[in-house]
Design a binder for this molecule. Structure first.
Ligand code: ADP
Ligand code: ASP
Ligand code: MG
Length: 812
């Protein structure tokens, strides 16, 4: 015979009850069917009791809902000829319930006994209705055979009596027995009690164990026991097999799919459990047993579970060291107060013991322990109890962790990279579980990071925030879209754009944006934005493995980097402002990134997509020393020098640079060398020099007076230089030379200005707006390394940013 338990979600609607009917009627051996209340009813019953006990008549609205829901259900699932009977009986039960509630609302008092009575109606109603749906089902009352006694203020099952009564009740066993889960009654007084929230699983397990069932099937709304709660981790997947120990550990730490006490009775009798999905009966589900099996999964951990309701209480004092019996007193006191402890950690110095309990027990625990250790506190041997609330506990579970080195290292490394600090941790010597406590706000991030690190070996996820949707940002989005699938398949990297923003709007979605429609979505549904809001939203999302991509030229946005790095968000900047700001700031950003094991990358700050900074870093990291840098770093200035000819004077060439969009609309930004100064400073710093922008010696080819007035003045006066310039050019051309605007760093001295080069010089042939850099090092001494190519352009810059992003994915 089998025992099948259907939870609230499986009996919540017409379709699901019809599915239950089909599943049960297809079984050709005796079966006990345990059912919960319709999904959500237990919560509603408790809520109504609370309202009624305050005299709040709003409970009536919920009552009406409950009545309507049950009656509608009957009409959908009970055969028509029996409907009126079933409705009549159900209405009687509902009236009883209403009467009790009315009484409570009048006397405004709610005892535990009455509350337990009220909450039992959920299962009573459900089991009655379903017994009229499944063919030949015989309805039982669990209160007649599940008996409880009170211990430490809780109702616990009296197994001796319960077992005997179950044996008697189910002898002989009908074909289909229908049993309400969860509810029970007191051994002494027969008053209605229950087995605790989620307790229907337990009812089913007790029945299965006592009657030696061949299997206990728990039917619910997911395909099985999963690697993590699918409501938090969308990529969680079903575990085929678990041992009883693993299942127990996972349930104890919050995997709601099975009520924790459920495992023990069947484990004791070696009866396997299968978790199955009422909505997908063909799925094999999860098989929980003691049977050995080859592990198909590579992962050493089987699952992750968590309890978001955690308070840590610490008992501490030097007076505890070496004293025998302190822990005994702590746990005795907690037991006497009916407080359950789910994790304990003690420092080997013995001067403190920390344990985890539910938040609701915190005040009582503190009070009771303060009293227990009153004397020691008065003598200063033990301090006042400390309770830290609003924490969460996470456990990773798997029997193969036993004797596998490095699991704890991987776990804590993962948390460290995510910027999550562990407040307490525990690992039993059995090595099947490592549990740790963190701040509650980090729970989601912790679960995601760990799941990603232990389970998703097919790909690594990187969550991207893209700020700035101009030409570079736009090209980048397009490139990510093109490459997304290929990166996932070939490189095992999943790029998930979780936020985009420009100066007007921002759009953030934890699950990732659809890159085909995100720009329209931003315009339509985006929030109004500001730098502060962008920061707040990103920090609030607190998402794991995230990268902030700055494709703006904004000083304010650059001002966010430090705060973001401090929350373990890597930065990829096309924006030059931060790296060229005061050296102190630059060094601090790099330092923060290094200490936190994340990245601050800005390859595209110099030479767009050309691999300049990375190359320099590779040289330095391999022990080389950069002695000298010479570079043409301004596409605009190079274009101007290349364009000036007999026919095109200086002023015209400048205008053409603006028209071709090489130069800024105000070309003075380029002509003043400001942009090149920034690039040179960044390069010199990456080569190891401590320099500021003000240290760069600048020799401009346009006199300072031209930069003073308005832009109109500039355009008016600039032709004054045409003649002189053309003469110079002609003279140079006659000598086989050209003019280049060169930035250089020589032994730490930075300067920039025009330079005459002859045809042997590598800078002589530099077409269009290209950039070139010559790096002289100890190794590349007589023949310096030369990197040359497009130094501007949205597509190559976006590609450079993209390369930085990929390099972050690769270090993980
Ligand atoms: P029922 O009403 O059938 O008793 P529950 O809501 O008590 O259902 O339990 C099923 C739910 O447990 C799932 O919907 C899922 O959200 C949650 N859950 C939490 N952790 C896990 C896990 N590791 N595997 C599967 N489900 C889980
Ligand atoms: N109906 C009860 C609850 O919601 C028991 C159960 O569902 O297992 O807690
Ligand atoms: Mg449940």
């Amino acid at each position: 015979m089998k025992v099948l338990k259907f939870g609230g979600t499986s009996v919540g609607s017409v379709e699901s009850i019809l599915s239950v009917k089909k599943i049960v009627e297809a079984i050709d051996e005796p079966v006990i069917v345990v059912v919960s209340a319709l999904g959500g009813i237990t919560d509603q019953l408790l809520n109504m009791s609370a309202l009624a006990s305050k005299g709040d008549m709003a409970y009536q609205n919920e009552m009406d809902e409950i009545i309507a829901r049950h009656l509608t259900l009957i009409k959908g699932v009970v055969p028509e000829i029996e409907q009126s009977n079933v409705i009549r009986h159900t209405t009687t039960i509902l009236e009883e319930l209403e009467n009790i509630l009315r009484g409570i609302s009048l006397i405004k008092d709610l005892s535990q006994k009455t509350s337990d009575t009220i909450v039992s109606y959920g299962e009573r109603l459900a089991s009655y209705i379903i017994s009229n749906v499944i063919k030949d089902a015989r309805l039982y009352d669990s209160c007649c055979f599940i008996k409880t006694v009170k211990q430490f203020n809780k109702h616990i099952v009296d197994f001796e009596l319960t077992n005997r009564l179950i044996q008697e009740t189910f002898n002989p066993l009908p074909n289909v027995a229908l049993v309400p889960g969860f509810i029970s009654s007191g051994k002494e007084n027969g008053e209605i009690t229950n087995l605790g929230r989620g307790g229907s699983d337990y009812t089913a397990s007790i029945l299965a164990a006592t009657l030696n069932a061949s299997i206990l099937e728990i039917w619910t709304d997911v395909d099985g026991f999963m690697t993590a709660d699918p409501k938090v981790i969308s990529s969680a997947y079903v575990i085929d097999r678990l041992s009883f120990i693993e299942a127990m550990e996972l349930c104890n730490f919050g995997a709601k799919v099975i009520y924790p006490p459920t495992i023990y009775p069947v484990y004791h009798k070696n009866i396997p459990i299968r978790i199955r999905n009422t909505f997908n009966p063909d799925a094999p589900g999860t098989y929980i047993s003691n049977e050995e099996h080859a592990d198909e999964h590579k992962s050493v951990i089987k699952g992750i579970s968590s309890i978001d309701d955690t308070c840590l209480v610490t008992v501490q004092g030097l007076g505890m060291v070496g004293v025998i019996g302190v822990n005994h007193r702590i746990f005795r006191t907690l037991a006497q107060n009916g407080i359950s402890v789910f994790m304990v950690s003690q420092a080997s110095s013995e001067n403190n013991t920390t344990f985890a309990i539910k938040n609701e027990n915190a005040d009582l625990a503190v009070k009771a322990l303060n009293k227990e250790f009153e004397l020691e506190r008065a003598q200063g041997e033990i301090s006042d109890m400390v309770a830290e609330k609003d924490l969460a506990t996470v456990a990773i579970v798997g029997e193969s962790m036993k004797h596998t080195p490095g699991i704890a290292g991987k776990l804590f490394g993962t948390l460290g990279r995510a910027g999550i600090s562990v407040i307490a941790c525990a690992q039993g010597a059995a090595e099947t579980n490592i549990s740790f406590v963190i701040k509650r706000e980090y729970l989601r991030k912790a679960l995601n990071s760990i799941h990603d690190s232990f389970f998703l070996s097919e790909y690594k996820m990187l969550n991207l925030f893209l700020i700035g949707l101009g030409t570079v940002g736009g090209h980048l989005l397009e490139q990510i879209k093109q490459q997304q699938q290929k990166l996932m398949k070939q490189n095992g990297v999943k790029l998930n754009v979780v936020g985009i923003a420009d100066i007007e709007k921002m759009l953030m979605r934890r699950e990732g944006l659809d890159l085909n429609t995100c720009i329209q979505d931003l315009r339509k549904n985006g929030m109004d934005t500001s730098t502060a809001l962008i920061k707040d939203e990103i920090l609030k999302m607190n998402i794991f493995n995230s990268v902030f991509i700055d494709c703006t030229a904004s000083e304010e946005i650059a001002g966010l980097y430090e705060a973001l790095l401090n929350k373990n968000i890597s930065i990829v900047a096309a924006n030059k402002i931060a790296a060229s700001s005061f050296h102190k700031n630059y060094a601090s950003l790099k330092d923060t990134a290094r200490k936190r094991g994340i990245k601050f990358l800005f390859e595209t700050n110099v030479g767009a997509g050309l691999p300049i900074i990375n190359t320099m870093n590779d040289l330095i990291n391999s022990g080389d020393h950069i002695l000298k840098l010479e570079a043409v770093l301004s596409g605009t200035l190079n274009f101007i020098f290349n364009t000036i000819s007999e026919d095109i004077p200086l002023s015209r060439a400048i205008k053409m640079a603006v028209e071709a969009r090489y130069a800024e609309p105000d070309p003075r930004i380029d002509l003043s060398g400001k942009d090149v100064i920034r690039k040179l400073v960044i390069l010199a710093r990456e080569a190891g020099c401590v320099v500021e922008q003000s240290d760069v010696k600048t020799n401009l080819f346009i006199p300072p007076s031209y930069f003073d007035g308005s832009i109109e003045d500039f355009w008016k006066h600039i032709p004054e230089l045409d003649v002189e310039f053309e003469e110079k050019r002609k003279k140079l051309a006659a000598n086989g030379k050209r003019l280049r605007f060169v930035a250089s760093m020589n032994n730490g001295v930075c300067q920039l200005g025009p330079m005459e080069v002859d045809s042997h010089h590598p800078f002589y042939e530099l077409e269009g707006s290209n950039n070139i850099i010559m790096i002289t090092t100890e190794r590349y001494h007589d023949y310096p390394m030369v990197i040359k190519g497009y130094g501007a352009g949205a597509d190559v810059t976006a590609a450079g940013v993209f390369a930085d992003i990929i390099s972050i994915a690769n270090i993980r």
